[in-house]
Design a protein. Structure first.
Length: 381
């Protein structure tokens, strides 16, 4: 089992334990409330019994003293000493000298508001526990969700960084080894001029590839740190398209065609070099992921409210859930150890940052007949 999976399992176990502990805490509180209510009801019952005994003693004292049982005196006594209770005789009193027989017929009950007060206290406590529980559960779920997102994001970043290290190792070792081999060949052997020219051209290509790699890493670092300075000026977008496409239209390893299509020459306030870098990265990806003989094109159109720049490729169509992720730093579709296409996961991240700095948007659409369209919309000033 890999480390990210272990981390997620541990996280869910801890979260489950926290939820179970909260459930048990809530159960204990509600049980205590029920117990308190039952104890209060039992106390009321005992108080009624004690009141009955005291009223009985009062009546007995009156009887022993030779006084006739006076209901007004008895009522006054009850109101004074037992205001929470009511008294009634189970059967009407008779004009008899045996008042002691009537004492057993006295019924003492608590007034209704006593029970209502106990019930209100119980309901108030229960409502308090429920509201506190809901707030606690809400905060706990928010915390669990936030921690889960942070942990998941950290796991993804670690994986992407590991992929980046694998990719950068390959991207550095391959051209360095190639340059070293070609220079050693030139040093040790006397080759015909054409062969020497070809080897030198290949060496320059590998050197340029290394230069672009280093420039992408440095630019990504400057952008992330907020230290990259853009130099905005009136820029002809058609000129940017023409100059960039011309570098790729000289021929590719896969015999692909790269075409620039535009009728207008719109001007925008932009950093020309940054736009060239962004468009170069998009065209490099289009070439890299498209099959041999693919027709690639860059289309520039001026709309009513915006200027549209579309880059067409013939690569595998990107899944909807991947369309936002591929612009994240280090993110690449697939597994670095099994993928065949070269790359570091920085190109589209740089593209996204450059486009955003120009207050433009970039989206990915499906191309008819297979492939993708990277659509950039520049706002008109």
């Amino acid at each position: 089992m890999n480390q990210p999976r272990k981390t997620k399992i541990l996280f869910f176990l801890i979260s489950g334990y926290a939820l179970a502990a909260f459930g048990w805490w809530f159960y204990i509180l509600t049980q205590n409330s029920v117990e308190q209510r039952d104890n209060a009801l039992l106390k009321v019952k005992n108080d009624a019994l004690n009141a009955k005994l005291e009223i009985n003693d009062f009546c007995q004292e009156m009887y022993d003293g030779g006084e006739r049982l006076n209901m007004d005196s008895l009522q006054h006594y009850i109101i004074t000493y037992f205001p929470d209770f009511t008294l009634r005789f189970l059967k009407p009193p008779k004009n008899s000298d045996k008042e002691n027989e009537l004492l057993a017929k006295i019924e003492v009950k608590s007034k209704a508001y006593v029970f209502e007060k106990i019930e209100q206290q119980y309901q108030r406590k229960l409502t308090q526990f429920i509201m506190e529980g809901l707030v606690f559960v809400g905060l706990m779920f928010w915390g669990i969700y936030y921690i889960y997102k942070v942990v998941t994001r950290r796991i993804d970043v670690n994986r992407q960084q590991n992929n980046f290290l694998l990719a950068i190792t390959h991207e550095l070792k391959t051209p360095v080894a190639s340059i070293k081999l070609m220079l050693e060949t030139l040093q040790k052997r006397q080759l015909p001029d054409q062969q020497r020219h070809d080897l030198l051209a290949d060496t320059l290509n590998d050197t340029e590839r290394l230069g672009k790699l280093v420039e992408n890493i440095l630019m990504a670092t400057r952008i992330e740190g907020g230290h990259h300075n853009y130099h905005f000026e009136e820029t002809n977008l058609a000129g940017v398209v023409e100059d960039t496409v011309s570098k790729f239209a000289k021929g590719t390893e896969k015999e692909q065609s790269v075409e620039a299509l535009y009728n207008d020459e719109p001007f925008i306030n932009a950093d020309r070099l940054a736009l060239v870098i962004a468009l170069s990265n998009l065209l490099s990806n289009a070439i890299k992921y498209s099959p041999e003989g693919a027709d690639l094109k860059v289309e520039l159109k001026e709309q009513d409210d915006y200027i549209e720049l579309n880059i067409y490729d013939r690569g595998q169509q990107i899944d909807p859930e991947e369309k936002t992720k591929i612009f994240e730093k280090f993110y690449r579709i697939g597994n670095e150890e099994t993928r065949t296409n070269k790359g570091t996961g920085l190109g589209l991240y740089i593209v996204k940052q450059i486009i955003s700095s120009h207050h433009a948007t970039i989206s990915i659409l499906k191309r008819d007949g297979g492939g993708n369209i990277f659509a950039i919309h520049f706002p008109k000033e």
